[in-house]
Design a protein around this ligand. Structure first.
Ligand code: PLP
Length: 417
């Protein structure tokens, strides 16, 4: 790598995924595509989405209620279309994945299925500084069971003066909680630091002390390939509007390991869409769940926003998550390299330097001028976000970001500060 623009141009020429950039709409800046490094917050719109939604609009217009059983994609089975692509991404069987609701709702549903506090085993381990919605979900879950969050929730924070967690410390905390631990509920990637946690080891340790292991994969799905089935993760949830590019309010996803999903006696809060399709319209008493993750679906499928996800997933299916990760590792390493060459500003990369402990995102902490640098980037047509007290999160999503985009970002900071 070097700091000449030609390196970026050459890298883009050699990038087998470069052609996918044109499958997305970009916000415009002075008549040109902006550079978009916010795919960790809201992914760009794939151009295919409109046609996919239009198809269902047409079905609704032409056959109305007939669309549940007829039309191009009968709505009764509509969410099933997403499963193969998602299963490949997260390393699961099709029967272990479902789409429904949205992330925080699914987090509650999963925790209500799997968190079974007893007088001796009731503690929950989570990361300190988790995304606020996860903090609120766990706090209110605990109160729902009449327990006190302070006595129940164990938050793992980085060591004094550090920003990231050591896997050893996570595993030791689980070990020490021992038989008092009911559940580990961890993020996959921390939204602020960009740290990717060792899901396999955390799960193994949780199981060793007899606890459930659940994960929030909001920043992981579509970013890093996983093996949730083989790692024996109990459950996971995610949203589809970040790296999955399915748009604001997109339908959320959930993974439930086969050992629980195939057991129709696994406790859950149910609705008719989790019932066997053949029985569903008999409108009879007595819930008989599907023996799969779909047995957690509650309501009539959200066809329009699932249509957006379906369209987006066709791109992931074509590219493959492994190829995407390969490019992502190069792109983020290039970003890290260029940042390391800057001598005109003072900042710290708080994301782990080890590429296997991070996804696309780097979080840059500025103890001064962070806001000014953010403003300059936005004015220059580079969309990144700013999080108090001075962190700029930069996420070059490999589906639609190029090496030249990363170079331009570097050049703006180099030439203006
Ligand atoms: C983005 C994100 C959320 C958002 O939850 P919604 O229910 O989709 O609004 C929750 N948790 C984490 C870790 C996130 O990154």
């Amino acid at each position: 790598m070097n700091t000449h623009i030609n390196f970026a141009i050459e890298a883009d020429k050699n990038d087998p995924l470069a052609k996918y950039k044109e499958q997305f709409y970009f916000p415009q800046h002075n008549g040109k595509n902006a550079i978009y490094f916010c795919g960790n917050s809201l992914g760009l719109q794939p151009k295919k989405v409109a046609a996919s939604i239009q198809t269902e609009l047409d079905t609704w217009k032409e056959i109305a209620v007939g669309g549940y059983f007829g039309g191009k994609n009968p709505w009764l089975y509509y969410p099933d279309q997403c499963k193969p692509a998602l299963a490949k991404m997260i390393g699961s069987k099709d029967s272990e994945v479902t789409v429904m609701n949205a992330l925080t709702v699914n987090l509650h549903l999963m925790m209500l299925s799997f968190y079974k506090p007893s007088p001796s085993r009731f503690k929950i381990i989570m990361e300190a500084g988790a995304f606020p919605s996860d903090q609120y979900a766990i706090e209110t879950l605990v109160k729902h069971f009449g327990l006190n969050p302070i006595d129940t929730i164990i938050e793992i924070a980085p060591k004094e003066g550090q920003k990231i967690l050591h896997t050893e410390d996570i595993l030791n905390t689980i070990e020490n909680a021992g038989t008092s631990l009911a559940m580990v509920m961890f993020g996959g990637i921390n939204y602020y630091t960009g740290q990717f946690f060792d899901i396999e080891q955390i799960t193994r340790k949780a199981h060793a002390v007899g606890a459930i292991a659940g994960f929030d994969l909001a920043h992981v799905t579509g970013n890093i390939p996983l093996q949730l089935h083989d790692w024996k993760v109990d459950f996971a949830v995610w949203c589809s509007y970040k790296y999955l590019n399915a748009g604001p309010g997109a339908v959320g996803g959930a993974f439930i390991h086969e050992k629980h999903a195939s057991n129709i006696d696994t406790p859950r809060l149910a609705g008719w869409w989790g019932n066997e399709e053949k029985e569903r319209f008999k409108m009879e008493k007595g819930f008989i769940p599907k023996a799969s993750a779909s047995g957690w679906n509650l309501s009539t499928s959200q066809v329009f926003n699932t249509a957006a996800l379906n369209a987006s997933l066709t791109i992931f299916n074509e590219v493959g998550i492994e190829a995407l990760r390969k490019k992502s590792l190069l792109l983020t390493a290039y970003l890290e390299y260029l940042l390391s060459q800057l001598t005109n500003i003072s900042f710290e990369i708080i994301t782990p330097i080890n590429p296997s402990e991070r996804g696309a995102q780097l979080s840059l902490y500025f103890n001064k001028d962070g806001k000014a640098i953010h403003t300059k980037l936005i004015e220059s047509g580079v969309i990144v976000d700013f999080r108090e007290p001075g962190v700029i999160r930069v996420a070059p999503a490999p589906l639609y970001c190029s090496f030249e985009d990363v170079y331009r970002f570097y050049e703006i900071i180099k030439d203006n500060f």
